[in-house]
Design a protein around this ligand. Structure first.
Ligand SMILES: Cc1cc2nc3c(=O)[nH]c(=O)nc-3n(C[C@H](O)[C@H](O)[C@H](O)COP(=O)(O)OP(=O)(O)OC[C@H]3O[C@@H](n4cnc5c(N)ncnc54)[C@H](O)[C@@H]3O)c2cc1C
Length: 456
C-alpha cells in the first residue's frame, strides 16, 4: 500500500488548514499507485503549495505532493525547449538555465512554484500583456488520467484535454512531464523605469500610455490611501537588458550575486497588522520610489521581491490571510476603482496591492486572465471577513470580472459559474476523463466545479 502521512495542510495564506492524507511519491509509478489504490474517495496533486487558498487542499481525501518528481529530462539548446518532470520548480530552472542564457517565458511573482502548478493555474506574470500566460508556452505534456492512462497532450494532440488541463487546477489528471519553451537572454538583468502616479486614475493612464513599450510592467498600489490619493502607485516597467549594454561593474552578465535570505521563523503577533503600521509601510514605499529611468536590477529583485524573505506569509499571524485577485474586462474598469474604494474604506489594511493590465486570455477553459485589468491584495483573516469578501465578489461579478483560483479561498459556486462561462465545457471533459470523480479538491467542491461536500 503506498505510504502517506496525515497532515494539517493549507495554502500559502495559511487558511483554511485541514487534515489530508499526503503522499510524496518519488517515482511516477508510485504516484499512479497512490491514486489507483483508492484508499480515499478523491485525490488532488500539490506542487509547492504556493496557491493561497484551497486549490491543493483536500479534506477527507488524498493529496499527492509532486515535488520529488523533479528531474530535468532533456534540453534542446537550439530551440530552447526544456522537457522536465512536473515537480521541477521554477527556481531550479532559473538556476540551471539563466547562466546558459535562457529565461522562463512567463513567471509569477514567486519562483517557488512547480511546472505542474504553473500549468494547472495557467499562471501569468508581468509580461502578460505581451506574452500571455504560462500554458501558451507549453509545447506538450503527459497527463496521468484518473483511470491510470498516460495521455500525451499538446495544442494539436488531445487538444481538448490540453486546454482543460491548462488552468484546470489539477482536476483532469496529474501532469507528469512537460516541455516548455524558454526565452533567450544575454544578461540576468532588467532595465527598469519607475513612474510615481498620484492616484488610481493617473496609474491607469500611465499604464495605458506606456505599457506597449515594455515587455514587463506592474504597479504597486498603496491601497490605504484615500480621497484624491486613492490608489497612488509606483509603476515599474522593464525589459531584459542586453549583455553588451550591461556596465562592466556588474561582472559576468548571466550571473547575479547570491544574497542573504532572512526567514520569518514563526507566526508574528496579529497586532503588528494594524492600519497605522501598514499605512506607514505603504507611505514609505511610495516615498522611497521617485520616478526615475533606466535602473538596472537583477532578475531576482525585479521578479521575486517577496521571495527574499522565507516564510514571509507568517508575518500575517496564525490566523493567516486571504489574497484577493480580481480581473476586470476593460469595460469594467470602474468596478476595479470601486473595489479599491471599498477595500481602502474597510479598514482591512493590506500591504501594497498590485495593479496590472492584462492581455487577451489563453484557450484554457478555466484559465483566469482576460483582456483588462487585474488588482491583487492581501487581507488578514479577522472578524467578518467572509461576508465582506462575498460583497466584494458580487461587485466584481457585477462588472464582468472574475476571481483567480490560485488565490481564492472563499468564492461561492454560483458566483464562480457566472465568472467562468466555459465551466460547462470543462465539466463535460472532466466527466469523460474522470467519471468516478477521483480527482477533487476543496476548491473544486466549494466553487461547484465538481459535486460533493466542501469539508471543513
Ligand atoms: C508570493 C507569491 C506570488 C505569486 N504571484 C503570482 C503571479 O504573479 N501570477 C500568478 O499567476 N500566480 C501567482 N502566484 C500563485 C502561484 O503562481 C500559483 O498558485 C501556482 O499554481 C503555485 O504553484 P505550486 O507548484 O505551488 O502549486 P500548488 O499551489 O501546490 O497547486 C496549485 C494547483 O496546481 C495543481 N497541480 C500542482 N501540480 C500539479 C500536477 N503535477 N498536475 C496537475 N495539477 C497540479 C494543484 O492541484 C492545484 O490545483 C503567487 C504566489 C505567491 C505565494
Amino acid at each position: 500500500m503506498p505510504a502517506f502521512v496525515k497532515q494539517n495542510i493549507a495554502g500559502w495564506g495559511g487558511w483554511p488548514r485541514v487534515e489530508c492524507a499526503v503522499y510524496r511519491p518519488e517515482k511516477r509509478r508510485a504516484l499512479a499507485e497512490a491514486i489507483a489504490c483508492g484508499d480515499w474517495p478523491h485525490y488532488i496533486a500539490r506542487g509547492l503549495g504556493r496557491s493561497y487558498g484551497d486549490a491543493a487542499v483536500n479534506p477527507g481525501g488524498g493529496v499527492i505532493n509532486t515535488t520529488r518528481l523533479d528531474r530535468m529530462l532533456s534540453f534542446d539548446e537550439q530551440a530552447g525547449v526544456l522537457e522536465c518532470e512536473a515537480g521541477v520548480s521554477l527556481e531550479d530552472i532559473l538556476e540551471t538555465f539563466v547562466p546558459r542564457g535562457w529565461f522562463l517565458p512567463v513567471t509569477p511573482g514567486t519562483k517557488f512554484v512547480t511546472v505542474g502548478g504553473a500549468i494547472a493555474n495557467d499562471v501569468h506574470g508581468k509580461n502578460h500583456h505581451v506574452d500571455g500566460s504560462f500554458g501558451e508556452h507549453v509545447l506538450r505534456f503527459t497527463l496521468l488520467t484518473p483511470n491510470g492512462d498516460i495521455l500525451p497532450c499538446s495544442p494539436s494532440e488531445n487538444d481538448d484535454v490540453f486546454w482543460a488541463t491548462v488552468g484546470g487546477v489539477g482536476l483532469t489528471g496529474v501532469i507528469l512531464t512537460a516541455a516548455i519553451r524558454l526565452q533567450p537572454i544575454s544578461s540576468a538583468y532588467i532595465k527598469v523605469d519607475y513612474r510615481r502616479c498620484a492616484n488610481i486614475d493617473a496609474a491607469l493612464a500611465a499604464i495605458r500610455e506606456t505599457d506597449d513599450a515594455y515587455k514587463y510592467s506592474v504597479a504597486w498600489v498603496d491601497c490605504l490611501s484615500r480621497g484624491a490619493k486613492l490608489g497612488r502607485s509606483v509603476l515599474m516597467s522593464g525589459d531584459h537588458i542586453a549583455g553588451r549594454d550591461l556596465p562592466v561593474q556588474y561582472g559576468h552578465a548571466l550571473t547575479i550575486p547570491k544574497k542573504f535570505q532572512p526567514n520569518v521563523p514563526f507566526n508574528l503577533p496579529g497586532f503588528l497588522l494594524n492600519p497605522l503600521f501598514i499605512g506607514t509601510f505603504n507611505s514609505l514605499f511610495y516615498a522611497v520610489h521617485p520616478s526615475k529611468q533606466g535602473q538596472i536590477v537583477d532578475y531576482d529583485s525585479y521578479f521575486y521581491p517577496l521571495d527574499k524573505i522565507h516564510n514571509w506569509n507568517r508575518g500575517y499571524g496564525k490566523d493567516g490571510f486571504s489574497q484577493y485577485q480580481a480581473t476586470f474586462p476593460h469595460s469594467g474598469v470602474e468596478g476595479l476603482v470601486k473595489l479599491l474604494e471599498k477595500l481602502s474604506a474597510s479598514g482591512r489594511a493590506s500591504f501594497l496591492a498590485v495593479l496590472k493590465r492584462m492581455g487577451p486570455g489563453s484557450k484554457g477553459l478555466l484559465s483566469h486572465p482576460i483582456d483588462g485589468w487585474t488588482l491583487t491584495l492581501d487581507i488578514p483573516v479577522k472578524g467578518g471577513l467572509m461576508p465582506f469578501l462575498h460583497e466584494c465578489d458580487d461587485l466584481v461579478a457585477q462588472y464582468g470580472g472574475r476571481l483567480y483560483t490560485a488565490k481564492d479561498a472563499t468564492t461561492r459556486a454560483e458566483v464562480f459559474a457566472a465568472m467562468y462561462p466555459r465551466l460547462g465545457e470543462f465539466q463535460a471533459i472532466k466527466a469523460k476523463l474522470d467519471p468516478a470523480g477521483k480527482l477533487s479538491s476543496r476548491l473544486a467542491r466549494r466553487c461547484g466545479i465538481v459535486e460533493g461536500p466542501v469539508g471543513p
